[in-house]
Design a protein around this ligand. Structure first.
Ligand code: SF4
Length: 478
């Protein structure tokens, strides 16, 4: 990349998707199944992709920077034989995008080859790492996930199950983990259940994955969520729940998965993502009604919420904005770019729909607000007479320390400005956010949830932050 160019996805305003994990046992061509599943999970991370497959006890790993389709081809998959495999797609925070941090991480372990794939963020990883380094440990990566391997290796327990159990007792924060030791997989979800992890079955084999859309692509049947605190052992066609971690007094699945991260066709945290988003949209319409001619979505993540808004308000849903799906790795030079250029590359207005219309634009969230301002300009230029912005989540005011790469507090529009200020900065005729109570009520039968980026109520201790081992704005991920 020339130094004066910026990858256009870095100009996006949304918080970045983090990581996706998948594991398969007891299926012929396991690596190919994992490849397809990673394809379905690509929205969770676009920086690197990796698969580790195990054949007769021998593990082989292939991982590279890039999209799943760029990292794997038929020859690579043919070189990954076996009936057990695990895979990972990753989005890294700034400075952490080198290949060494791509996952799965694989090591030679006392009990055979070991590989690990992690979605989440350990909020005490720096603290653990510091102590391990002082005691002589040598790390291969900057990734917080590697501490799990070191903790297992230091356990005095004789069985792998016991070693995993020992390691897990040290961890704080968010972790959905898949660990392979030889041809056995272990699937683990932290006691608060921050990140999703689902179990599926195909034939006599099993699959675990971040979202159910990864099961659908290989025709696996959804069985259930892995429970918060649960540790499952999967070997061939056998499945065995191991001793669970002590369940947290209050569970905290990430409500932002429902707002934005997960795919709408997925089922996570025991519910349909599409249904949750429609419920947010309906509640938003009740809380912030407006007279308008058309409801538009900021595609694609706000489509379901906009449909919900339209259903409740009886204002017709129109395709007024199109999204270009091919810009992910496009580069622009700032010298060529006008203020709205990155939004123009990504979104196109449908003039015939917008001309002379009063429109309600529904977006899933407002983070920095940069893209939203540009979108309003684009919609007005296409002839809309009024633009009313409705946000299907509350103002994002606090950073996430549980595995989502949010900007610092100072960069968050909801933290910096009042609603009238935001209205005038974005140039909208009106602005309405879904209330925190309204959001939680819309999904309350499946709660409670983590809402810390909206409420500031952090559910797991922020050990590294409190000990001054990370910057307040440093939200590291998997
Ligand atoms: Fe999800 Fe926000 Fe909680 Fe992070 S702080 S886990 S993004 S709800």
């Amino acid at each position: 990349m020339p130094p004066e160019s910026i990858p256009i996805h870095l100009l996006e305003e949304s918080p970045r998707d983090e990581c996706g994990v998948v594991g398969v046992t007891g299926m012929e061509g396991a690596a190919e199944k994992v490849f397809l599943a990673l394809y379905a999970l690509q929205h969770r991370g676009q920086e690197s992709a990796g698969i580790c497959a195990v054949n007769q006890g021998e593990a082989r790993l292939h991982k590279r920077l890039g999209l799943v389709a760029e990292v794997f081809d038929a020859d690579v998959l043919d070189a990954l034989p076996g009936t057990t495999a695990l895979g990972h797609v990753r989005y890294s925070t700034a400075g952490g995008g080198q290949l060494a941090n791509a996952q799965p991480i694989m090591v030679q372990y006392s009990e055979g080859d070991l590989a690990i794939a992690h979605n989440g963020n350990l909020t005490n990883a720096h603290d653990i790492r510091k102590r391990l380094v002082q005691e002589g440990a040598i790390f291969q990566t900057d990734s917080d996930s590697e501490v799990v391997i070191h903790l297992m290796a230091r356990s005095r327990h004789e069985t792998v199950e016991g070693q995993i159990d020992d390691a897990l007792t040290y961890l704080e924060g968010a972790f959905s983990l898949i660990i392979s030791v030889g041809e056995t997989l272990y699937a683990v979800r932290d006691p608060r259940g921050f990140r999703p992890l689902v179990l599926g079955r195909k034939g006599s084999g099993y699959m675990v994955a971040s979202e159910s859309c990864a099961l659908d692509i290989i025709g696996a049947e959804f069985v259930r969520d892995i429970y918060p605190g649960e540790v499952l052992r999967l070997h061939g066609s056998e499945i065995k729940p191991l001793r669970s971690l002590e369940p947290a007094a209050r569970q905290a699945p990430c409500i932002f998965e429902l707002v934005y991260f997960a795919r709408p066709d997925s089922n996570v945290f025991g519910q349909s993502v599409d249904r949750a988003r429609r419920a947010f949209g309906r509640q938003l319409a009740r809380e912030h009604p407006v007279e308008a001619d058309a409801v538009l979505a900021v595609p694609d993540s706000a489509n379901s919420a906009a449909l919900g808004f339209s259903e409740e308000s009886q204002i017709p849903f129109e395709l007024g904005l199109l999204r270009n799906h091919y810009v992910g790795r496009t580069f622009i030079r700032p010298s060529q770019a006008d203020r709205d250029f990155s939004a123009r590359v990504k979104y196109a207005p449908v003039r015939e729909v917008l001309e002379g219309k009063r429109v309600v634009v529904v977006d899933d969230s407002l983070v920095r607000g940069t893209t939203s301002g540009s979108l309003v300009n684009i919609i007005r230029e296409a002839g809309a007479s009024e633009v009313h912005l409705r946000i299907a989540s509350p103002p994002v005011r606090f950073p996430c320390y549980y595995g989502i790469d949010m900007p610092t507090k100072e960069e968050l529009m909801g933290h910096r400005f009042s609603i009238p200020d935001i209205e005038s900065r974005l140039g909208v005729d009106s602005l309405g956010y879904l209330s925190l109570e309204g959001m939680v009520e819309a999904v309350e039968d499946t709660g409670p949830f983590c809402t810390a980026c909206f409420s500031g109520e952090y559910q797991a201790p922020l050990v590294d932050l409190e000990k001054g081992l990370v910057d307040p704005g440093d939200a590291r991920c998997c």
